[in-house]
Design a protein around this ligand. Structure first.
Ligand code: NCD
Ligand code: ZN
Length: 346
């Protein structure tokens, strides 16, 4: 019996598109299935000002495949020197939809991030006033905090104090990886939401480390133990509107990944929708897939849902290939470890 599901066209609320040749190579992988995406600003140098965001938006538009209606939703990268007036003007004009907080040194290209959170207090107050969401990479960077504990400690030491001081600030915890993250969102009010990636619904830390190290499963925040993965699956499929998809699809070349000091990031843009349909089917929750991919995100960001639809049909095994070819080198596609049968038709 063939199964068919038609949903509003999805959006990706956390995406790395990079720039130049990599941008041109990976952008079609997203535009094939997604109508909009929140574009991460961690370029080198980062997207800090409204002018930077305008220029980057232009480069993305220039790289779009012909006849694409894809809309990049731009963000700024918060630094200790961010100009609140520039930020507010970029938000008011509709150019930017959020501002990203990277604790300095937390992840790929985060060297210009925030080290002293008191220095951004004024900017956060202004964001609360104008209703501009703060997207947080929720990991502390203290050398004495174990990498598997960094998200939970961030909630206690950084996020909760910020939210108490600035209760009107709208916050998205990006790519949550722990049951503490899930519980913190569930216990909060309407100003807090969280994105969940595709890969964190599939892998736990054993996938990275058992039977030989698997660099293509290494991302940040790093996947945690199985109980956390199960908490994420429960949250994603629950129908709770505070959880929505942010793939965190983060392309790195194989040379960058397969190295003595390999880069963090999983590339999932291409096969995300087929993977998610399988996850939601396995959880007997296909009825909540549309909320997770297409309804909850727009509701939080105050944007209309997409008018177009996407159809998912269960059939023969799909071969998405192993790699995307770019002028910078090959990028390996995330392997969920099971065959994919949900065909995606825009
Ligand atoms: C991202 C990247 O490569 O830019 N990497 C990752 O492991 N997720 C950065 C990030 O979102 O942390
Ligand atoms: Zn990311």
């Amino acid at each position: 019996m063939s199964q068919i599901l038609t949903i509003r066209t999805p959006d990706d609320w956390h995406l790395h598109l990079r720039d130049g040749a990599m941008l041109r190579a990976v952008l079609p992988e997203t535009t094939r299935h997604f109508a909009r995406a929140i574009i991460m600003p961690n370029l080198v140098p980062p997207v800090i000002t409204g002018a930077d965001a305008r220029a980057y938006q232009g480069r993305i538009m220039d790289a779009l495949p012909e006849n694409s209606n894809f809309t990049p939703l731009m963000t700024l990268y918060l630094t200790e020197d961010t100009d609140a007036d520039d930020l507010a003007a970029a938000h008011k004009s509709g150019l930017i939809h959020a501002v990203k907080l990277y604790p300095a040194g937390a992840t790929t290209n985060s060297a210009s991030g925030v080290a002293d959170f008191d220095k951004v207090r004024g900017v956060l107050d202004r964001m609360a006033e104008i209703g501009c969401p703060l997207l947080v990479h929720g990991e502390v960077t203290d050398a004495d905090i174990d990498i598997f504990d960094r998200e939970a400690v961030f909630i206690d030491r950084v996020l909760d104090p910020i939210r108490r001081t600035t209760p009107d600030l709208r916050v998205v915890m990006e790519h949550i990886t722990t049951s503490q993250g899930v519980d913190y969102v569930r216990g909060a009010g309407k100003n807090l939401a969280a994105t969940i990636t595709t890969h964190h619904l599939i892998i736990n830390r054993n996938h990275i480390l058992v039977g030989g190290i698997k660099p293509h499963y290494y991302c940040l925040p790093v996947a945690k133990r199985e109980s956390h993965r199960l908490a994420l699956r429960a949250a994603a499929t629950s129908g709770d509107a505070r959880f929505f998809l942010g793939t965190d699809s983060a392309p790195h070349t194989d040379a960058g990944k397969l190295s003595a000091c390999g880069c963090a990031g999983c590339f999932t843009a291409t096969n995300t929708m087929s993977i998610l349909a399988q996850v939601f089917e396995d959880e007997q929750a296909l009825n909540t897939l549309e909320g997770f991919t297409s309804l909850n995100g727009p509701a939080f960001y105050g944007l209309p849902v997409n008018e177009t639809t996407l159809t998912l049909t269960k059939g023969t095994a799909i071969d998405y290939g192993e790699k995307i070819i770019t002028e910078e080198g090959e990028v390996t596609l995330f392997d969920p470890g099971f065959s994919l049968h949900w065909h995606v038709t825009p």
